[in-house]
Ligand binder design. Structure first.
Ligand code: PEP
Ligand code: MG
Length: 553
């Protein structure tokens, strides 16, 4: 049986017939030059059509996957209004007398290349978005304004879409009911297509080198657990995979029954189970999955998803919305953790030899205090709309935490003088994610209102293993005894000072670690919304009275 392997985007089984969609060859045999007035008119018509398509796609994506994933189409519409881009295209048509197609291709390819050359994988993946807009414009120009798009045949049969890569527009235009899974030769786990597939609960593989046009029409099983695809499988194999598919569907449905159940161990210890979120519309996902708290709102995504720094007012509105939507539940908003692998071009951060050890998070905030004040003021202004707690990332010393508290109090006084109300108490906590913080946990616990342990960075810094470096898989070990010792130190120090200690790193959702963490006394686990229900099931099966297992190596 012919097989292929790739990186799985979502665990699950998909069975269906392959529909191969190769790369579209825009521009073959095109005219190079044209009459400027005519070409300008064609460009404007194409732009209008694509913009209205983007608005439609926004609605469709918001329904299928939630507003968070639909945001990309708003961004597309905004790019099509970008003054620099438009004047570039118009100038090429007017001065170089290029056809609309040529002017569009040259201008957008130029921007695509700029993204491609960026070091950050998040921004690299944005090249696909730019090419997506380019292709939509070219498609619209080639059909002189008539509707187009990737449309699956409606034979009633489930299909697995296969191709070199798909754009977010392709993905969302598809009829979800006919689509079982997706496989691409290219693409990355960071691409919006991957994010969309995940949120649409669609098993998908990217970087599957074996993908070929010969696959068209074959029956296939996509095993998202193993990252494999099997072509034309024998009946026995197909039947056993169909059974697994149904089982995994049943498990998902059974989990939904735990949505409103408490998170409590067999012997009655209550654990707080929270959601890690990155953007506003994730609140919906957190609630759907029965989150009891929002343990980590990664506020830097407000900065990363923008072309310029969000103003105090923009931020205030975003925080107010999250707080109102989750009220009366508690929302922990982490202050901007930009730098290292998360760079916003408008911040003008200089290239660094060792970015993970460089200018990031609280270090930027304490150096660029006006920048930090805008965020603190926005947070305090929003505090009256719900149950807010503020959390500082990358703390390595008591001094940093004290400086943050001082600034927060200054902002509070400023706002009160301006007659703006602020909640009476806004707890200020910190992430324990550096060995320095773990080793000084006693001193820090005396000053912080709560601890949340960031096991991702704590592992990176303790094991001296860059979390972005794919060659260090075996060395980046969250279960390393040193990391576990640090977690224990932080939890015990927190409890001696009467504050809570939670986990907000990925270790929180590792089911093999749940019992160990709870036995160490961890009070709260904050995880991706999709991990909440499996984790609640796991916690309800654990008894803390059984003897402690030795920490894993
Ligand atoms: C962590 O470091 O564990 C954490 C939760 O933060 P991030 O992954 O955003 O750095
Ligand atoms: Mg971190």
């Amino acid at each position: 049986m012919q097989t292929g392997s790739g990186i799985s985007i979502l665990e699950g089984i998909a069975i269906g017939r392959i529909r191969y969609c190769g790369r579209k060859n825009y521009g073959a045999g095109e005219r190079l030059h044209g009459e400027p007035l005519q070409e300008l008119k064609r460009f404007e018509e194409a732009r209008e059509l694509v913009q209205s398509q983007q608005r439609e796609l926004y609605k469709k994506a918001a329904e299928a996957a939630g507003e968070r994933y639909a945001e990309i189409f708003r961004l597309y519409a905004a790019i099509l209004e970008d003054a620099t881009l438009l004047s570039k295209i118009r100038r090429r048509i007017e001065e170089e007398k290029l056809t609309a197609e040529n002017a569009v291709r040259r201008s957008l390819d130029e921007i695509g290349r700029q993204f491609h050359e960026m070091e950050d994988p998040y921004f690299q993946a944005r090249e696909t978005d730019i090419l997506d807009i380019r292709n939509s414009l070219l498609e619209s120009l080639s059909r002189d304004g008539k509707e187009t798009g990737l449309k699956p045949e409606r034979s009633g049969e489930q299909m697995i879409l296969v191709g070199d890569d798909f754009t977010p527009s392709d993905t969302v235009r598809l009829d979800r009911t006919a689509l079982a899974g997706m496989i691409t030769r290219e693409g990355s786990v960071n691409s919006h297509t991957a994010i969309l597939a995940r949120s649409m609960n669609l098993p998908a593989l990217v970087q599957c080198e074996e993908v070929s046009a010969d696959w068209e029409g074959k029956m296939a099983v996509l095993d998202g657990f193993a990252g494999k695809v099997y072509l034309d499988p024998p009946k026995k194999f197909l039947d056993s995979m169909e059974k697994r598919r149904q089982e995994s569907e049943r498990e998902q449905t059974a989990l939904l029954e735990l949505r409103n159940k408490p998170t409590v161990t067999r012997d009655g210890k209550r654990i707080l189970l929270g959601a890690n979120i990155a953007v506003l519309s994730d609140v919906e996902k957190a609630k759907e999955n029965g989150a009891e708290t929002i343990g980590l709102f990664r506020s830097e995504f407000l900065y990363l998803n923008a072309f310029k720094e969000p103003s105090e007012e923009d931020q205030f509105q975003a925080y107010q919305k999250v707080l109102e939507e989750f009220a009366p539940g508690r929302v922990v908003i982490r202050t901007c953790d930009i730098g290292a692998d998360k760079k916003a071009p408008y911040m003008n951060l200089a290239p660094e030899e060792n970015p993970a050890l460089g200018f990031r998070a609280v270090r930027i905030c304490l150096k660029r205090r006006d920048f930090f004040r805008r965020q603190l003021r926005a947070l305090l202004r929003a505090s009256v709309y719900g149950n807010l707690e503020i959390m500082i990332p990358m703390i390595t010393s008591v001094w940093e935490l004290r400086e943050c508290r001082k600034l927060l109090e200054e902002c509070r006084r400023e706002l009160e003088q301006e007659g703006i109300s602020v909640a009476e108490r806004v707890p200020l906590g910190m992430i324990v994610e550096t060995p320095a913080a773990a080793l000084c946990a006693e001193e820090l616990a005396a000053e912080a209102d709560f601890f949340s342990i960031g096991t991702n960075d704590l592992t990176q810094y303790t094991c001296a293993a860059d979390r972005q470096n794919q060659n260090l898989g075996d060395f980046f070990n969250p279960r390393h005894p040193a990391v576990l010792k640090e977690i224990r130190m932080a939890v015990e120090a927190a409890h001696r000072h009467g504050i809570r200690a939670g986990i907000c790193g990925e270790m929180g959702s590792d089911p093999q670690m749940t019992e160990i963490l709870l036995k160490m006394g961890v009070d709260e686990l904050s995880v991706n919304p999709s991990s909440i229900l499996p984790l609640r099931k796991k916690i309800r099966e654990i008894s803390l009275k059984t003897p402690e297992e030795p920490p894993l190596q």
